[in-house]
Design a protein. Structure first.
Length: 107
């Protein structure tokens, strides 16, 4: 059932993100070493920056996993309850169309 509050109550697949980050980390390390050995310092630096970003992302992911079920609920944790009130005000029921601009007659 969709309630419209999914962005507020969404849960992240942290374990999947962890494994994808680990895969990216392996490729970043490999790329840094390969480009450094091939004499391509620009590409090696780019892979090194990517290596740094992936490491920071993995640190954040591991921190959220360790924080418990709020960030990574198990199968025994039920989903969040939808809010009681609708997240957005309802539009007016009767809408009048915008008035058409007057037509100009050319002489």
């Amino acid at each position: 059932m969709r309630t419209g509050s999914e962005p507020v109550t969404a849960r992240s697949a942290l374990r999947a993100r962890f494994w994808l980050s680990l895969w990216g980390l392996c490729w970043a390390v490999f790329g840094t070493a390969a480009f450094a050995l091939a004499g391509r310092p620009g590409w090696a630096a780019a892979c090194g920056v990517l290596w740094l970003l992936v490491t920071v992302d993995m640190t954040v992911i591991l921190r959220h996993i360790r924080q418990g079920p709020h960030y990574q609920p198990g199968r025994d944790v039920p989903p969040y309850r939808p809010p009681e009130a609708p997240p957005y005000p309802e539009p007016p029921r009767h809408r009048h169309p915008l008035p058409r601009p007057p037509r100009h007659r050319h002489p």
